[in-house]
Each structure stands twice: as C-alpha cells, then as structure tokens.
Ligand binder design. Sequence first.
Ligand SMILES: Nc1ncnc2c1ncn2[C@@H]1O[C@H](COP(=O)(O)OP(=O)(O)O)[C@@H](O)[C@H]1O
Ligand SMILES: [Mg+2]
Length: 343
Amino acid sequence: MKLKIGILTSFDNTYKKYIGACRDLNVDYEVVDILAPDWAQNVKKSDCRGFLARPPSDFQERKAFFDERLYCINKVLNYPIYPSWEELYIYENKRMVAHWLEIHGFPHPKTHIFVRKQDALKHLKQCAYPVVFKASTGSAAKLVNIVKNYSQARKIIGKIFGLLHPVMASGYNGYSFRGIPIPLPGANQRHYAIVQEFYKIKWEWRVIKIGDSFFGRKKLLRGNFASGSHRVGWERPPDEVLFLVNEICEKGNFLSMGVDVFETHDARFLVNELQSITGIRSGVKMLADDKPGRLRLIDDKFVFEEGEFNQHDGYLARARHFLDILGSSCADLDNPLDGAQEK
Ligand SMILES: Nc1ncnc2c1ncn2[C@@H]1O[C@H](COP(=O)(O)OP(=O)(O)O)[C@@H](O)[C@H]1O
Ligand SMILES: [Mg+2]
C-alpha cells in the first residue's frame, strides 16, 4: 500500500505548511480535522501511516486538549506522530520545560513553580528582586512580567490563587497599555505561579535542530525582552551552545526542537525554552557570511553547508524527517491499529 501521511489541522493556517511540504515531496497526504467533535472517527477512518502535528501556542486550555488528542492518537491508537508526543507535551508548557531541565541537570534559570498560595508567598517574602513571573503557555514575552517588589508580587499572587479561596481566582496576565491594565480574561493564568530569578542577559541564542540539521541565530534585546523583539543577529552560535543543544536533543530523543539559550553578562549559557515548533515566519533560519545554510555535526565538528534547507518555514524538513522515520520503522506496517488491538 502506498504510504500516506495525515496532516492534523491547527487553529490557524499553519498546518497548510505541511500540505505545501507534502506536495513538494510528492507524498500522498490527507488532512484530518483533529479540532472537530468527531476527530477520533476522522483519525480511525483515515488510512494514514502517521500524523504530522502543529499544536496551538496561544492558550493553555487549547494546548491541553490538543495534548490529550495526540495522546490518544499516539499512545492509545499507536500511530506514529511527528514531532513526538513527548516533545510536544513539553511544547508551550514552561512548567514542564523547567521540570525536564532540572531533572536532567541542564543549566537553566533558577525556576520556582508554586501550586499552593502559601508556598508562593513564603518565597516571595524573602527572595531577591526583581523576579520574573511567566505563564506556562505564551510567546513574544506577552505573558512574561518583571516584578520589582513584594507588594507587586503579592497582588499578582492574590489574582492567580484567589484572595480567600481558589474559586475566587480572577487570574492574571499582566497586559497593559501605557500603564493601564487591559482585562483579557481569556488569557489569564490561574492556580499556579512560575517565578524565575532575573538574569542580566546579553542576548538569547536560538538553535533549531530538525533531523540532523542545525540552524542558529541570535535574538537581540528590545528593552528587557529578546523574545518578540524581532531583532535578529545572524551569527553562528558558539560551539558550546550547539553541543548543549545536541546533548539536550539526544537526552530527550527530540526529533524537531528549538532551544533558546540565554547568554548572560557573566558569560553563562542558560537554557530558557524548549519549543518543538518555533513560531518563525521567515523561511531563513540561519545565515553564515550572508549565505543561507545549515550546520551538521560531523566527526565532532559543526560543519556549515550552504543551501536552502528551510522550505515552508522548516515544515518541509520536518515532513521529510517523518518520512525517513516511517520508511525505516513502518515498512511492514499495513495498519497501525493492529498493534493497538493486540494490546
Ligand atoms: N529569568 C529571566 N531573566 C531575565 N530575562 C528573562 C528571564 N526570563 C525571560 N526573560 C526575558 O523575557 C523574554 C521572554 O521570556 P520567555 O520565557 O522566553 O517567554 P516567551 O515564551 O514569551 O518567549 C526572554 O526572551 C528574555 O528576554
Ligand atoms: Mg522565549
């Protein structure tokens, strides 16, 4: 049977980049609506060997149900998905990223995650300021707030956990316009707080690894924030950062991973984010001497190869990597559901 790939829908049009990629790769595909109420039927009646996914990055609730549906597809129905369930579970989940980095001992900003109000207040009463509050899901620094003192922190904690009881939690997002808070309750975080030590950073490196290709660049600061600054430094990342990214991807068996690394003023590299699918618009991910290309790790050295490797904003590289994996692991698999039924 000819290999056919499923493309799962996303809230926005991003999944269409997978369509463009499959067309360019001349591979049979079917779009399967994972957002529809009858999504499970759609998956089961398709004759796809595996599914390409692009989870939402806007609201935590949307990400949570996407995780659940991917769990059903990959862990219950036993279909391969790309990227892997494990790397998509930590995607847009800053709590999980902090746990993962801590457990594996990778250098990262000191992060405290509180799920009880009294623990948060106890810490915030005695910690050094400023601290960084961030929501678990969010991008472009929209839900990242630098908090200068305890009185500010206590107000935020009241909103997140509720003044007298959790049912009173109005939630918090920190959106404001010229200092005036804007109530956007749909973006509010509730019932947990992520509090990080504040680091003086020079910039943030972003390295993306898809298959065996590495792409890297610098995100420069605008004010306090590199994320969302739209200021790019087209420079090859230091080898130390590239090897760190390689080690992280090996540890997590990550297939497609963007790693953001702070370079601090005191010359440390700290892993700030792991994002399986980064929200890059431009097709170019790496330039060296003004030439587009990629890096590959060959004989313990990162070697630059000139060329265009980012068609469809990297979705072609992801689709191709998935095809390689399916080609080698699913050659004899007629129906992935067979495995599920045996269990
Ligand atoms: N612990 C920190 N210390 C100093 N600056 C930080 C810290 N955490 C985040 N920032 C700044 O805020 C930006 C956004 O934070 P980040 O955690 O990357 O969230 P987002 O998902 O919005 O990109 C970062 O690019 C960095 O400039
Ligand atoms: Mg970021």
